[in-house]
Design a binder for this molecule. Sequence first.
Ligand code: 5GP
Ligand code: MG
Ligand code: MG
Length: 184
Amino acid sequence: MYDGDIASVLITEQQINDKVTELAKQVDEDYQDAGGDLLLVGVLKGAVMFMTDFARALPQPAQLEFMAVSSYGSSTSSSGVVRILKDLDRDIANRHVLIVEDIIDSGLTLSWLLKNLSSRNPASLEVCTLLRKPDAVQVDVPVKYVGFDIPNEFVVGYGLDYAERYRDLPYIGTLDPKVYTSGV
Ligand code: 5GP
Ligand code: MG
Ligand code: MG
């Protein structure tokens, strides 16, 4: 699939599976007192693969909600100015909310999202991200669960796209520079 477009595999399918299981166990332990009231909020579209695998690996029941946001900026970096494309279908007041994210880069999108959701008065609000880049550490965004800290490279696969492609790859990899320059 996508022959020649992927320069290197950063995280294999097996490594993702193991990490998803590990994160789900950790979350399950931490939410024992939530009384089965956990609400996962996945951020479309990047977090879809992680969200669905995570929900299935989670030993306790959880409800699934999705939000779509778009941050103004180029296709490879965000500006922090966020627009809601699809809001939650339900009220999250007094719910235990766990935001499920694909990747935190500058942290600007997440920082905006946390402010927005916390104003809706959830019982608790935490973040679980599969990937985190080095710049995210500079932003004061509390992220309780992190799958992998990765280098500052543009990655695709397992939900993450470049120009809407590569989301369907089962692993996470870096793109061959020729993909950026061929004007896809
Ligand atoms: P932030 O606001 O943290 O800078 O950006 C987060 C969003 O930017 C992610 O949800 C994702 O859509 C996009 N993004 C950041 N880094 C990458 C990357 O390496 N690959 C891809 N495909 N998207 C990224
Ligand atoms: Mg995202
Ligand atoms: Mg994208």
